[in-house]
Design a protein around this ligand. Sequence first.
Ligand code: FMN
Length: 340
Amino acid sequence: MNTVLFSPYTIRGLTLKNRIVMSPMCMYSCDTKDGAVRTWHKIHYSARAVGQVGLIIVEATGVTPQGRISERDLGIWSDDHIAGLRELVGLVKEHGAAIGIQLAHAGRKSQVPGEIIAPSAVPFDDSSPTPKEMTKADIEETVQAFQNGARRAKEAGFDVIEIHAAHGYLINEFLSPLSNRRQDEYGGSPENRYRFLGDVIDAVREVWDGPLFVRISASDYHPEGLTAKDYVPYAKRMKEQGVDLVDVSSGAVVPARIDVYPGYQVPFAELIRREADVPTGAVGLITSGWQAEEIVHNGRADLVFLGRELLRNPYWPYAAAQELGVKIDAPVQYERGWRF
Ligand SMILES: Cc1cc2nc3c(=O)[nH]c(=O)nc-3n(C[C@H](O)[C@H](O)[C@H](O)COP(=O)(O)O)c2cc1C
C-alpha cells in the first residue's frame, strides 16, 4: 500500500526518507557536566537511526551554561562542543537518518546553580526560585548565544535546527502573558511578547540557511494564557521570517492540569497548518502506525514526532511498517532477520 507515513518529505532542500521524527528528549546523561556528547548519546541516537527514523532531533541543548535545565544537559555554548556533536552527526547520518538539534534556554526553569534569568521576576510556582528580570543587555547576549549555537550546529554538520520556544522555557516565557509582565518593547502586546523569538529567529537565520523548525506550546491551559488561535498569527510571522515548520506541542509555562489522551495535541497542529498555511509537526501520545498514518494522510500535520514510544522501542518504524503492510529497508546486517 502507498502510505504517506513512509513517503519521502522534502523541506528546504533536505529530503527525509519518511515522516517519522524522533522528538527531542533530554537524556540528562552528560555526567561530566560540561555539556559534552558522551557515549550514551552516540548509542542512543544511532540506535534510532538504525531503527529507520527519518529525522532525529537531538535533545534540548543549552546555548549558555545557565540556559541548561540541569547540569547534565548537552551544551553548545562553546566551540569545544563542536567535535563531539560532529561525531554524533556522522554516526546518525551513516545509518541514513537526518539529524537536527534543538537549541534551548531554560529561563526560569533552569536548575543549574547560579543566576536564573527570565523576562520577568515571576517564579514558576510557589516552590520555585524567583528569577531576575532580564535587562536589554541580557536579551542581546542571549539572542547572540542562540546565533552562536546555530553557527556551531552548522559546523557540526546538522541538517535541521529547531528553536525551543515551548514548555515554559525562556522563549515561551516571553511569549506568554502569564510569565511576561514586562513594560518595555519585549512585553505587553502580542507583538511585543513575540519580539524576543523574532530576534532569535532573525539571528539564527543570519548564519543558518538550512531547514529551521520552531517548537511551540500551543496552549497554556490557563484562562488568561495563550491558545492555539493566538499562535496562528505568530506562526504566520515565523513563516515570513523563514521558519520552515512549526512543531506543535503544548503546556508547561505554568502549572496546569492537562487532559492527556492519544493525539491530544494534533488538533493544534492541524489548526495552525490550515490557518497559518505553514507545515507543522504533530506530537503527543502517537504510538501506532495507523494513528501516525491518519495524521499525515489527512493533512493534519506534515511530520509526526514520537517521544516515549521511541524510548520504549527504537525500532518502532519497523513495527509501524509491518502494521501498515509496507516493506522498508533494513540495514544489510539485519536482512537475515526477515528471512525464515
Ligand atoms: C524523557 C523526556 C525528555 C524530554 N525532553 C524534551 C526536550 O529536550 N525538548 C522538548 O521539546 N521536549 C522534550 N520532551 C517532550 C517530548 O519531546 C514530547 O513532546 C512528549 O514526550 C510528548 O510526546 P510522546 O507522547 O510521544 O512522548 C521530553 C519528553 C521526555 C519523555
